[in-house]
Design a protein around this ligand. Structure first.
Ligand code: C2E
Ligand code: CA
Ligand code: CA
Ligand code: CA
Length: 277
């Protein structure tokens, strides 16, 4: 995993050792959203395995806590997701991502930006309208925004989630199923989801070159995705061998530390030039 500074353990925001810490974290996060200067996005390239060029980026939240330093998303996103705070946080992230996508488009190199959603977004019938008006205000073409969802986000209330997803898709936004393989996906639901892309969870990708079980799952996810007309992404690619095997298996896109770590937008501009990507 990535390094997020040494103080995360001490602060123990994800632990269940007591309510004060959790409440403290939520208060700090609320102030961080309001102040705006502690939260930023890093962008990780997604690489087209045919051309080896960048096909898009995933936006990943970064929080620089004034006392605790850098906080790992896994230490605060799941807690924010238990409260309504995840909605303003997601709105904040979407705003930053859309502005960055607009800047890239205006600079003459449009890059689709993917943002991670949460269950509550898909339970809110107003969500699609909010995202579409955000795009409209920014003047960003909808196909430069991609939204990543997981199957479990849909399963909480499938009918309502489908309504939201269909409205987003009708607005031209690309949708992606994240962490594929980890949930209880039923083929029946997958077929009904109005998505464009399937991202195979990194746990399966990383097992691929060491175990046969991993490779069976990756193979079947690729053919399932293709049978449904989806673009297939492998996440967590950490070496060239894995990238080569994925390419041979017909996987469309790869993402992982082998190509690049998530990085600030300015660094990504330099990365693209250096790698002619
Ligand atoms: P995710 O959506 O599955 O994002 C991929 C995670 O894998 C990221 O961790 C990324 O830095 C990491 N990663 C990328 N390449 C590699 C690799 O080659 N090897 C390994 N081991 N890891 C790799 P990160 O940034 O710590 O984010 C963790 C999770 O937090 C994300 O998992 C996502 O579920 C959540 N998250 C991050 N940003 C946001 C956000 O803006 N909103 C929401 N709702 N969730 C977010
Ligand atoms: Ca994701
Ligand atoms: Ca993922
Ligand atoms: Ca995840």
């Amino acid at each position: 995993a990535e390094h997020h500074g040494g103080n995360v353990q001490e602060y123990d925001p994800a632990g269940d050792t007591g309510a004060p810490l959790r409440l403290e974290l939520l208060g700090d996060l609320r102030r961080a959203i309001e102040s705006g200067d502690q939260i930023s996005l890093h962008y990780q390239p997604k690489i087209d395995l045919q051309s080896w060029r960048i096909s898009g980026v995933e936006a990943l939240i970064r929080w620089q806590h004034p006392q605790q330093g850098r906080m790992a998303p896994d230490s605060f996103i799941p807690i924010a997701e238990t409260t309504s705070l995840i909605r303003p946080l997601t709105t904040h992230v979407l705003g930053m991502a859309v502005r960055q996508a607009k800047a890239w488009q205006q600079a003459g190199h449009p890059i689709p930006v993917a943002v991670n959603l949460s269950t509550r977004c898909l339970q809110d019938v107003g969500f699609a309208g909010q995202v579409l008006s955000l795009l409209h205000e920014a003047g960003l073409p909808a196909d430069l925004l991609e939204l990543e969802i997981t199957e479990s986000m849909v399963m909480t209330d499938p009918e309502r989630a489908l309504t939201v997803l269909q409205a987003l898709r009708a607005g031209g936004i690309r949708l992606s199923i994240d962490d594929f393989g980890t949930g209880h996906s039923s083929m029946a639901y997958l077929r009904r989801l109005p998505v464009d892309e399937l991202k195979i969870d990194k746990s399966f990708v990383q097992e691929m070159t060491v175990s046969h079980g991993g490779s069976v799952l990756v193979r079947s996810a690729i053919s399932l995705g293709h049978n449904l007309g989806l673009s297939v992404v492998a996440e967590g690619v950490e070496d060239q061998e894995t990238a080569d095997v994925l390419r041979e298996l017909g996987c469309d896109i790869a993402q992982g530390y082998h190509f690049a770590r998530p990085m600030p937008a300015g660094d990504l501009d330099r990365w693209i030039i250096e790698h002619r990507a």
